[in-house]
Design a protein around this ligand. Sequence first.
Ligand SMILES: Nc1nc2c(ncn2[C@@H]2O[C@H](COP(=O)(O)OP(=O)(O)OP(=O)(O)O)[C@@H](O)[C@H]2O)c(=O)[nH]1
Ligand SMILES: [Mg+2]
Length: 486
Amino acid sequence: MTDQIVATPLSDRLRDILVDVEPRLPEGQARQAVRAGLARLADPKLRIAVGGRLNAGKSTLVNALLGSQLAPTDATECTLLAAWFRYHHRNQVEVHFRDGTSTVIPAAPGGGVPARVPFDQHTVTHLTVWAPVEGVDHDFILIDTPGRDAVSGLDDYSMEAIRQADGLIFVMHDPGEVELRALEEFRGAVASARLSADNVIGVLSRIDTISDHLAPAEQRAEASKIAARAAARLRGLIGTILPVANRVAQAAGCGHLTESHAATIAALARLDEPQRRRLLFDNTRFLTSPAGTVSEAARADLLAMLGRYGVTEAIAAVDNGARGATAIRTALLSASGLIDLQELIRQRFLLRADALRVDSVLAGLRRVTGDAPIDSTLRGLADAINVLRRDPALRVAELAEVARAYAAGHLELTDRLAADLHDLLTGATPAQRLGRDAAATDDELRAEADRRIGRWQTFEFDLPRRSRRLARIVIELLNEVWFRLD
Ligand SMILES: Nc1nc2c(ncn2[C@@H]2O[C@H](COP(=O)(O)OP(=O)(O)OP(=O)(O)O)[C@@H](O)[C@H]2O)c(=O)[nH]1
Ligand SMILES: [Mg+2]
């Protein structure tokens, strides 16, 4: 299997194809699309957009991932323009206009998106925020997008930003009926944007707000159930949905939590059990109950930053031996779900960067090569693309990893699971990938995909944590097969 994976990056091969075709095309839509593809390939960074409905907590999550508070967050509609975060040793903001020009304006004090961008926002496509953020831009560009149901009519703009991305983190705050319906609608809207479980990660955000009376561990358990239900409903559109406590992740990730906060948390941890319980019962009691030497102002400060959920987690971290701000921040980052999300981003996006970038360029080209082009140059381009598309690296590279773990004895599979894996690895058609013959109807194939997904989900549940990712790779490919059935 692994022998089939070609060493030359797919993006290099696609670039060669496009460089060859471009001068032979007449000026027009097709040539422009090829040029756009070449421009995209010239930028080696993977683009990951963060999208979702208004107020879902997107910008808060972006800051947590950046490790720096550069995206403005607010309870009212806040993000009006898509912002691309990239590395530069100096803070500055570049405004990109619809006519293709751009201009540099000063960043907000401390860096990041200024409160006001002094241009008619309808003339602007997006901002590039240059900032000395380590991590993100070395690996990928993070794009914060405006809320989807923004009343200002910017919906199209956020879709435009999402369309330019190679992967999407879809943030949902409350996947109840309304939000799920909005997502179903979103599914229709993004069909052209090539989004599917293959390149969309879900985040269930603001999990501290699920209930006022649950302890953090119970909130997380509840959040996991909600996320699993939403994932089942959104099968095919979103691969995995991870619960994340965004605000806690932001406070810990952006270094807001200082040594002085750590001292307050340590003092709270030293209170006796009844005092602690009273204090953490609700926000009012947190601010007013006796708390030894900890001032009300210090408590208010902590509460504003972490919420009761985060404060409870921080105290638990001290109970578990965390000493000082750095140790508490590390514990909070892990408890918030951000570390799991970063790992998922690495697995689902970064390790597949080449294939994802090529895939998104191909999506842009499909518009000009889609319907059996008459022009012979375009026909040649379509044929070359088809050859590239069949490259197993575009689809099966990661499945090979599962196969390798299985072959090496790191992953034990029953005969049935091994057969499922084999079918996925070797099948050329959806039916073959599900171990069925060509006569099977789509309904039968869907039912078969469901059975296999269920089997792998049960299997995943029983696996040690470090191996679950392998089961998830299989589940997501099965989801993809399911999704691509007519
Ligand atoms: N309690 C709680 N509040 C949060 C959390 N994450 C974000 N918020 C709050 O929710 C509000 C919206 O957060 P943003 O990050 O600005 O949301 P957004 O999706 O970027 O909003 P738009 O850009 O306007 O669409 C802000 O007041 C945040 O402080 C969280 O994990 N817990
Ligand atoms: Mg925002």
